[in-house]
Ligand binder design. Structure first.
Ligand SMILES: O=C(O)CCC(=O)C(=O)O
Ligand SMILES: [Fe+2]
Length: 330
């Protein structure tokens, strides 16, 4: 059976009555408890803007490799900006020791990406291509970043409502907006390579941060792990006009595991059937949110009590994300 990712009408939070807002908050809360993913429709980011972002992404990735490499992702995992060519980033899941990391990396991810962040982020400055190579790219992405950041803040406000946290509560912990906008391109690939497990589009992983927004094209192939059967993945079909929102590890921990950070990966789209030999190229645009670095991550109100003791030690948001990033590169 396909996983049911609930679809919630976010306009009822953005413009609804108090009761409608609470209803949306309950809807997202339930979805995050059950699957860790929710589809939001009427999320307020204009369709034309999202389409334009996909167009910029296609334009960037169609540049020659040598041109894309004019804005290279630095070696190591601590400065996550710029262009990564296919095979550079190798996603692994919960493996921090050298031996298991190198084993997981035998199957390369067949994708290329371009990462950018908040222009005010001093710790991770953006790495843009020279303007003459793709004029307007930087300006567009900087504006798009702000729009996605606004949506993250709204979703956090809504989650705060679900937990009974007053006012902007949770959104306040993300006020630096040290988020990451990622353009992703999975080049066309022989179906055999993916099915035979010799290569993957993106290996199974969960996201590190608090929340991820994911816009994807119509190709499909995103799969989420069955909550009751480890290692069993089911496809999540794209829903036109809706943004997929999922819980990251930091949020799972912060919510004392009330909300799930579900493992996901990208494989062969089911809609292709068994006959197609080449899996078409796919584009997606995740936007990763995390809390301000100094935020103290300890069980949120409403997520612990006598019958639900706190499961995790207190960490800062910064300390946690650094540990996860270091396992990505090198
Ligand atoms: O491309 C996708 O649909 C998923 C990407 C993803 O999971 C990630 O970048 O963390
Ligand atoms: Fe992910």
């Amino acid at each position: 059976m396909d996983p049911v990712i609930p679809i919630v009408d976010f306009d009822r939070f953005l413009h609804g009555t108090e009761e409608q807002k609470r209803e949306v908050a309950r809807g997202i809360d339930n979805a995050f408890q059950e699957v860790g993913f929710v589809y939001l429709k009427n999320h307020g980011v204009a369709k034309a803007l999202i389409e334009e972002c996909f167009a910029w992404s296609e334009k960037f990735f169609s540049l020659p490799l040598s041109t894309k490499q004019l804005s290279p992702h630095p070696p190591g995992g601590s400065h996550h900006r710029g262009y990564s060519s296919p095979g550079l980033e190798k996603v692994t899941q919960n493996t921090f020791d050298a031996e298991s990391i190198s084993k997981a990396r035998e199957i390369p991810d067949c994708k290329e990406s371009f990462e950018s962040g908040n222009p005010l982020d001093k710790a991770q400055p953006n790495i843009w291509p020279p303007p003459h190579v793709i004029p307007g790219f930087r300006e567009f992405l900087e504006g798009y970043f702000t729009q996605c950041g606004d949506l993250v803040h709204k979703v956090l406000e809504c989650l705060g409502l679900a937990l009974g946290v007053d006012g902007p509560g949770l959104a306040k912990t993300h006020s630096d907006s040290l988020f990451q906008l990622r353009l992703l391109h999975y080049p066309a690939i022989a179906a055999e390579e993916l099915k035979g497990g010799r290569r993957s589009r993106i290996n199974a992983h969960s996201d590190f941060g608090t929340l991820t927004l994911l816009f994807q094209d119509a190709v499909g192939g995103l799969e989420v792990e069955d909550r009751f059967q480890e290692g069993v993945f089911r496809e999540v079909e794209p829903v036109e006009g809706a943004v997929l929102v999922n819980v990251g590890d930091l949020m799972a921990r912060w919510s004392n595991d009330r909300w799930r950070s579900t493992v996901h990966r990208v494989g062969v789209p089911k809609a292709m059937g068994d006959t197609m030999e080449v899996v078409p190229s796919r584009y997606s645009i995740p936007f990763f949110a995390t809390a301000d670095p100094e935020t103290v991550i300890e069980a949120l109100p409403g997520c612990w009590g006598e019958s639900r003791p706190k499961k995790y030690e207190t960490v800062t948001a910064w300390g946690y994300v650094q540990m996860r990033m270091a396992a990505l590169y090198e």
